[in-house]
Design a protein around this ligand. Structure first.
Ligand SMILES: Cc1cc2nc3c(=O)[nH]c(=O)nc-3n(C[C@H](O)[C@H](O)[C@H](O)COP(=O)(O)O)c2cc1C
Length: 268
């Protein structure tokens, strides 16, 4: 006699939900949901994409810090020569590279973002690191033109677009010609939410202070490498955001063109 446990309906459902079928259902769901797991977490999306590795930065040189401080200046004209990938790598490391490891995120870390796992070259309120660093590459040896985001964790670049955006960025920066002429341009964008999650309204000033610290690192490193740069604060926020298609939580704060220093006679 068939017990109530073995009614046709029950037998049928047991077949349908066999372990093999469950496996396929779960695999399909995982594949469908994987892209959404990175939504709102730029880091997660970044790490799953292809990265362009940068040469390792160097941590020493014959150019003294005192000399870099003494000779730092804003430079708005550059040689036409391309930058090397090593120069770009060194600048990006000076801006936001890792100096020491820290596996665990600091207190009050906004869980919307990925903790990258290290402390960096510039100070940051609560070690919350709200700055994203973009590189607009025009003439950089070994790097196709385009816009890239610097990923400190990997000391690598993640391509954002193949398009050379220097001309459009120049227009958004009130036609300051150095933005178009420089072989490469750095753009700093602040993510206020990372800092306001812990510090509330005070975050705005903290993020701006940090942008200044990072800019000075870039100035000093550029000086030591024989490169020129200038901190550009005069630009149209909405236009810069549009040109670079910045995510909604990123605000453009500083533009810094980069190029080889012209010989003294070439300087105007
Ligand atoms: C907040 C800030 C905004 C600036 N914005 C611009 C700018 O939009 N364009 C520019 O050519 N220089 C800009 N500068 C650079 C200053 O003009 C420059 O630092 C100043 O003339 C002193 O020269 P020095 O940097 O060579 O010592 C800016 C500097 C700061 C600190």
């Amino acid at each position: 006699m068939t017990s109530w446990k073995e009614t046709p309906l029950k037998v049928k459902s047991r077949k349908i939900f066999s372990p093999v079928l469950w496996f396929f259902v779960f695999s399909l769901l995982a594949a469908l949901l994987a892209p959404m797991a990175g939504a709102g977490n730029p880091g997660a999306a970044v790490l799953s994409s292809e990265l362009v590795p940068l040469p390792a930065p160097r941590y020493d040189s014959q150019f003294s810090l005192e000399k870099a401080i003494k000779t730092r200046q804003s430079v708005r004209e550059y040689k036409e020569a391309p930058l090397s990938l090593a120069e770009v790598s060194q600048i990006l490391w000076a801006a936001q590279g890792f100096t020491r490891e820290r596996k665990e995120p600091p207190s009050r870390w906004n869980p919307k973002y990925e903790w990258q796992g290290g402390l960096r070259t510039a100070p940051s309120a609560g070690a919350l690191y709200p700055m994203e660093i973009y590189l607009l590459a025009g003439k950089v040896e070994g790097l196709p033109a385009g816009v890239y985001k610097y990923i400190p964790k990997n000391h690598a670049l993640k391509k954002v677009t193949d398009a050379d955006k220097r001309k459009e960025l120049c227009q958004a920066a009130l036609m300051q010609p150095q933005v178009e002429k420089a072989p490469a341009v750095i753009l700093m964008a602040g993510v206020y939410e990372r800092t306001s999650y812990k510090y509330g309204e005070r975050a705005e000033r903290y993020v701006h202070m940090e942008a200044g610290s990072i800019a000075e690192n870039i100035y000093l490193q550029a000086t030591a490498l024989g490169l020129g740069t200038v901190l550009i604060g005069a630009f149209n926020d909405a236009e810069v955001t549009k040109v670079l298609a910045l995510p909604a939580d990123e605000a453009p704060l500083i533009i810094m063109p980069l190029g080889k220093m012209p010989a003294p006679a070439e300087k105007k």
